[in-house]
Every structure is written in structure tokens, then in C-alpha cells.
Write a protein of this length. Structure first.
Length: 117
């Protein structure tokens, strides 16, 4: 059974930075295209960024492009999300999972990011 464990969230002020981690156990991490998603209260879960399995090609939602960087370390079965210049609208629970959506694993508990002055 594949498990996803997100960490690194916290309460920060606008303009601050955070680095999220997603550790994947129980599967073949290097074979998966991985992505970050987020869900704010009262809203649907939305796509944030993705990184492909082999060549590391990345894509970002327009709302985070230029501020977030997604990366992965296949030797550590871990994916990262470096977030800079955080804004209040970035506040959400952040989750990781694989793509495509039809083959996703059970969701982890996520990590809370709160951006507030």
C-alpha cells in the first residue's frame, strides 16, 4: 500500500517562504509523475504543480507560476515544493499525489499552510 506523507507547512507572514515535502513509501516513486494540490476551506481541491517521472518536466498553475518551484529526489522517494513570496490566497491544506488522476493513491493528511499578517 502506497502512503503519502506531506510535511513542512506552517503559519507565515505574507512574503515569506516555505518548503513542503512529500514522502512516498510502498511504491516505485521514480515511475510516477507527481503533483501538488491544495484545498482551501469551502473550495475544491485544485492543481498547483506537477513534475514528470523521468525528465523532470514541470508545469504550474497560473496562480503560483514564478513563485513556486516543484522538484523531486527519486533516490529519497521525496518530492518538494519551494514556495516564495507567499500570499494570503496561498493559504490551504497542501496535498501530494500522482498523475494521472485516474490512478491516484489514497490521499495523505496534507500539510496546512497559513499566510497571514
Amino acid at each position: 500500500q502506497v502512503q503519502l506523507v506531506e510535511s513542512g507547512g506552517g503559519l507565515v507572514r505574507p512574503g515569506a517562504s516555505l518548503r513542503l515535502s512529500c514522502e512516498v513509501s510502498g511504491g516505485t516513486f521514480g515511475d510516477y509523475s507527481m503533483a501538488w494540490f491544495r484545498q482551501a476551506p469551502g473550495k475544491e481541491r485544485e492543481f498547483v504543480a506537477t513534475v514528470s517521472s523521468i525528465d523532470g518536466i514541470t508545469h504550474y498553475s497560473d496562480s503560483v507560476k514564478g513563485r513556486f518551484i516543484i522538484s523531486r529526489n527519486n533516490t529519497k522517494n521525496t518530492m518538494y515544493l519551494q514556495m516564495v513570496n507567499l500570499k494570503p490566497e496561498d493559504s490551504a491544506v497542501y496535498y501530494c499525489n500522482k498523475l494521472p488522476r485516474e490512478t491516484q493513491f489514497p490521499w495523505g493528511q496534507g500539510t496546512q499552510v497559513t499566510v497571514s499578517s
